[in-house]
Unconditional design. Structure first.
Length: 335
C-alpha cells in the first residue's frame, strides 16, 4: 500500500507540473498585452513598459516560467492583474462559492439519479421505466448553459418565483464566516432567513448543473443494476421474504455502486472547479466567473492558478476514488 501510495503521489506531482507548463505557454502565445490592459487604452508606451518590467512581462518566456515555478514552490501563485491581489487569496475568495454550488448540484443529482436508475432497472420494460430513461437521456444530452438560460427565463423573468443570480439578495448580510458555505454557516448561526435566502439562490444554478449528473448517474446505476439483479444471491434474498426496497438498495445497489464512485469523484472535481457558463449566467461569484474575468483580462497568473487548483481537485478525487474502491470491494484488497 505504501509503495502504491508513493507511486501515485509521484505521478500526481508530474501531472501537476505538466499542467503548469502547458497552461503557462499556451496562455502566453495568445496575442495581447496584459500590461497594456492594466495601464489603460490611453497610457503612454513608457507607462506600459514600466508595468511590463515591474511584473517581469518583458522577460523571455523560459525565464518567466522559471520565476513562476520558483514562486509556486514557495506557495505563491503570483499576482492577479484582474483581482488586484495575489492569485491564492483571490482563489480562496471565490472557491467556497463554487464548492457550495458544486456540492449542492452533486447531492441533488446523485440522489435523484440513483433513485431513477434503480427504478428504471427494477421496472425495466414498463412504460414508467421508459419515461425514466427518457428523463435521464434529456438530462444527459441537454446543454447545461441552455438549461440554465431556460430555467432563468421561466422561474425568474416569467414567474418571479426564484432569484436570477448571486448568492444572496442585494443588501443582505452574509452569515458569520465559519466554513465560507452560506447554507452551513447560516445554520450554525441560527439565521434561518439567511439560510432560506441562500437556498433560493442555489436552486436554479444547482438544478442546471445537476441535470447532467442525474442523466449520467441514472444510466450508470441502471446498467450496473441490470447485471446485478440476475445474481443468485438476490433470488435467495427474495426467497427469504426480505422487503423489495431492502433488496434493491441494500443488496443490489451496494454491489452495483462501484462504477458510480468514479462518476461522483470526477463530477465533484469538475463542479468544484466551477462550470464557467453557469456561474457567469447566474452571476455566481465562484472560480468559474473569476476564470472568465481572468481570460478576458489576459491575466496569465490567474489563469494558470485556476487551472492548477482544478487539476488538484481532479488528482485528489482520483486518489479518493481509488481508496474507496478498496473499501467497497474486498476482492480488490485481496488482489
Amino acid at each position: 500500500m505504501l509503495r502504491l501510495f508513493g507511486r501515485r503521489l509521484v505521478f500526481s506531482v508530474f501531472v501537476l507540473w505538466g499542467i503548469t507548463l502547458i497552461t503557462f505557454f499556451l496562455s502566453h502565445v495568445v496575442p495581447g498585452n496584459p500590461a497594456l490592459l492594466m495601464a489603460g487604452p490611453h497610457a503612454s508606451a513608457a507607462a506600459v513598459a514600466n508595468i511590463s518590467r515591474q511584473f517581469g512581462l518583458n522577460l523571455p518566456l523560459p525565464q518567466q516560467y522559471w520565476h513562476y515555478v520558483d514562486g509556486l514552490l514557495r506557495g505563491q501563485l503570483g499576482y492577479s492583474f484582474v483581482a488586484h491581489r495575489s492569485v491564492d487569496s483571490a482563489v480562496s475568495l471565490y472557491l467556497p462559492a463554487s464548492i457550495e454550488l458544486g456540492l449542492f448540484a452533486l447531492v441533488v443529482g446523485t440522489v435523484v439519479g440513483i433513485v431513477l436508475g434503480v427504478f428504471t432497472a427494477e421496472r425495466r420494460g414498463s412504460v414508467r421505466a421508459l419515461g425514466g430513461q427518457l428523463i435521464s437521456g434529456i438530462g444527459l444530452s441537454m446543454p447545461t448553459f441552455w438549461l440554465a438560460l431556460l430555467l432563468q427565463l421561466i422561474f425568474y423573468y416569467r414567474l418571479g418565483w426564484l432569484p436570477g443570480g448571486g448568492r444572496l439578495f442585494p443588501g443582505a448580510t452574509p452569515p458569520p464566516i465559519v466554513t465560507h458555505l452560506y447554507l452551513i454557516d447560516s445554520l450554525l448561526a441560527g439565521q434561518w432567513s439567511t439560510f432560506v435566502d441562500a437556498f433560493e439562490h442555489l436552486i436554479l444554478p444547482g438544478l442546471s448543473l445537476a441535470a447532467s449528473i442525474v442523466g449520467l448517474t441514472a444510466r450508470v446505476v441502471r446498467t450496473s443494476m441490470l447485471d446485478v439483479l440476475t445474481e443468485d444471491y438476490l433470488r435467495t434474498a427474495t426467497a427469504k421474504g426480505l422487503r423489495r426496497l431492502r433488496i434493491l438498495f441494500r443488496h443490489s445497489l451496494r454491489n452495483a455502486v462501484l462504477p458510480l464512485v468514479t462518476i461522483i469523484g470526477l463530477e465533484f472535481a469538475g463542479l468544484a472547479g466551477g462550470v464557467f457558463l453557469v456561474e457567469n449566467i447566474f452571476s455566481w461569484p465562484g472560480v468559474g466567473r473569476f476564470a472568465i474575468l481572468a481570460i478576458e483580462g489576459e491575466d496569465y497568473n490567474a489563469i494558470i492558478g485556476i487551472t492548477l487548483v482544478i487539476a488538484i481537485f481532479y488528482v485528489v478525487a482520483n486518489f479518493i476514488v481509488d481508496n474507496v474502491y478498496l473499501f467497497l470491494d474486498p476482492r480488490i484488497r485481496a488482489d
